[in-house]
Design a protein around this ligand. Structure first.
Ligand code: 5GP
Length: 212
């Protein structure tokens, strides 16, 4: 059963190719109270990607329409393409008590910070600059030019991590996932969130409903 208090909005970001998507995917597999949002994008699908699973692949015109209609909680232009988070699903899930993970870029994270001040901001860093370089080069999905841009911008992006609430090192996947889970648990336990609701329930009912 999902908790009865509002869910957390957890924003996970970090430099390009750091592996934040892999950490979020692994967490979703093992945490039923965590939901994720499928973003929309104007980029074309890569081999193996499915409309509605990795992304909603939409036209530039449709993307602009959604911005104009206020349907996106945040959006950003990442390199040549636009990416955005559908607002309605995220709001509904949070209201229903689920924790929502957004795997978005740093521009989007800044917008969420302005609009959802209670969100939790997690920044993923590589164990070394060389490890990040290898990941950027090794992904093999980008053009040489795009790889060069990402390599050049990496130190500037990493510095942005100083603005975040938490930092996770993506060295070993399972320990990075454990780390993210413990951040979610700690945030939910705050008395300003679920912790306070538990205290009130104990006082009102004399006992607690099922809890994690
Ligand atoms: P990719 O094209 O490799 O799937 O994603 C490129 C970048 O766009 C990644 O850093 C990813 O986190 C980011 N991204 C994906 N969806 C969204 C979104 O809805 N909003 C924002 N701001 N960034 C996104």
């Amino acid at each position: 059963m999902p908790p009865k208090v509002k869910g957390l909005l957890i924003v996970v970001t970090g430099p390009s190719a750091v592996g934040k998507g892999t950490i979020c995917d692994a967490l979703r597999q093992e945490a039923p109270d965590v939901k994720w949002s499928v973003s929309c994008t104007t980029r074309s699908a890569r081999p193996g990607e499915v409309h509605g699973r990795e992304y909603f692949f939409i036209s530039h015109e449709e993307f602009q329409r959604r911005i104009g209609a206020g349907e996106l909680l945040e959006w950003a232009q990442v390199y040549q393409n636009f990416y955005g988070t559908p607002r309605q699903y995220v709001d509904e899930m949070i209201d229903a008590g689920y924790n929502m993970i957004l795997d978005i870029d740093m521009q989007g994270a800044r917008r969420v910070r302005e609009m959802y001040p209670g969100s939790v901001f997690v920044f993923v860093i590589p164990p070394s600059m060389e490890a990040l370089r290898q990941r950027i080069v090794g992904r093999g999905t980008e053009t040489d030019e795009a790889v060069q841009i990402r390599l050049q911008q990496a130190p500037k992006w990493i510095e942005e991590g100083l603005q975040y609430d938490y930092v996770i090192i993506n060295d070993d996947l399972s320990s990075a996932v454990r780390h993210l889970r413990s951040i979610i648990q700690a945030e939910k336990s705050r008395t300003t969130r679920q912790g306070g609701a538990l205290i009130r329930q104990l006082l009102e009912k004399g006992e607690l409903d099922s809890h994690d």
